[in-house]
Design a protein around this ligand. Structure first.
Ligand code: MG
Length: 383
């Protein structure tokens, strides 16, 4: 799956009334940052999202650029005259390898990783899926401030976003016409839409009081934030060979590294840093060297396992820092490729991954050129 997030921020937000800024709600400040920056962050931090595209107001696309000045990197597309037209323009601008899209309201800045994950999970077996919560309040009809009838709440849901679709299904649905939301368009085009579990905090900022509630939710999350730091250390000895594999990159060299797997000392240290942050043992426990099936194994298998475990436990990896310790080979010329390869394996932005190197001033086993060591750290956050 290549999952794109399409955030719709093209509305005028006129229902909010004026807060003196004259800005639509998705561009106003929430806890000191534009609402849209919070929204984009929710998707940027999710490990399964591969791209983010934001649909901007037709008459003021620069508002999105300004709102995301200190935010994650995104594609910005100018919207259309209606919501449907804006979504269609956004769909047309997604990366060509996109297989699924999550369409989200720019004014829902509190969507949890768990809500996004449940939609993605449902998309494995459904062409469309969206979060919702059952209506629990009693419902009345009323006229002129007087109750005229009770309304059954049976089978009623409060719809939320992100609404997820197979890319071809939603493109076909949009070619068919207009509807107030994308789920309705998909249904009219004949695609069944699965309901996933929404969350009470996934509110759409509509009225001024919603901002105060959203700030309280953000504050509570900050108070509950679980931040983990892990470290990993690994050593492999030089032996016969004509190359070494470091952080997933084959580096030509007059010697090789010995080990049960591909002996990627950098990737092993990063993997152990993640296990360490989770307090879930180390590579040797998950992939015992005594087990012949891991002989010669490529280390991306180990790293991917640690990344998946972090995700399963509700953590987001926010950064990794890997130091390689050796006199030779020179790491600098390969560092960018190493960062890119680990970013690809971990499904993280390359800006969150550091690979650097040091010598040990010719002291000790690394100084004598007997092998390569690596020390790495990883930061994981659960909100
Ligand atoms: Mg190792």
């Amino acid at each position: 799956m290549r999952i794109a997030a399409l955030i719709v921020a093209a509305g005028s937000g006129s229902r909010m009334g004026s807060d003196g800024s004259g800005l639509a709600k998705q561009f106003r400040l929430l806890a000191g940052r534009p609402v849209l920056a919070h929204t984009a962050d929710c998707f940027a931090k999710h490990p399964l999202i591969s791209s983010i595209t934001i649909v901007a107001p037709i008459d003021a696309p620069e508002l999105v650029v300004t709102a995301l000045k200190n935010g994650p990197s995104v594609e910005i597309v100018r919207g259309g005259e209606s919501r449907s037209a804006s979504v269609a323009l956004g769909l047309a601008a997604l990366p060509s390898d996109t297989t699924h899209v999550l369409i989200h309201d720019g004014a829902r800045p509190l969507v949890a990783a768990e809500t996004i994950s449940k939609v993605i999970e449902a998309l494995k077996t459904n062409p469309a899926a969206a979060p919702a919560l059952p209506v629990t309040d009693a419902l009345w009809r009323g006229v002129d401030g007087e109750v005229t009838a009770a309304q059954s709440r049976e089978g009623l849901y409060r719809a939320q976003t992100p609404q997820g679709f197979e890319i071809n299904a939603i493109r076909a649905a949009h070619s068919g016409g207009e509807a107030p939301d994308d789920v309705e368009l998909a249904r009219l085009a004949g695609y069944p839409v699965a309901i996933t579990e929404g969350h009470e905090d996934n509110i759409k900022l509509t009225y001024p009081a919603d901002f105060a509630r959203a700030e309280r939710i953000l504050q509570a999350r900050e108070n509950n934030m679980d931040i983990r730091l892990g470290n990993g250390f690994d050593v492999h000895r030089f032996g016969e060979g004509d190359h070494v594999v470091l952080c997933g990159i084959k580096v030509p060299f007059g010697r090789g590294l010995q080990g049960h797997s591909d002996a990627d000392v950098g990737m092993h240290a990063v993997t152990d840093a993640i296990y360490g942050a989770l307090a879930r043992g180390d590579i040797g426990q998950h992939f015992p060297p005594s087990d012949p099936q891991w002989k010669g194994a490529e280390s991306h298998i180990f790293l991917r396992h640690a990344v998946d475990l972090a995700s399963d436990m509700g953590f987001t990896i926010t950064n990794v820092d890997c130091t390689l310790i050796c006199e030779q080979p020179k790491i600098g010329p390969h560092a960018i490729a190493m960062r890119a390869e680990m970013a690809r394996i971990m499904n993280l932005d390359v800006e969150r991954i550091s690979v650097k190197a040091t010598t040990s001033e010719r002291l000790g086993f690394t100084g004598r050129g007997e092998g390569i060591a690596s020390i790495s750290t990883a930061t994981l956050v659960k909100t």
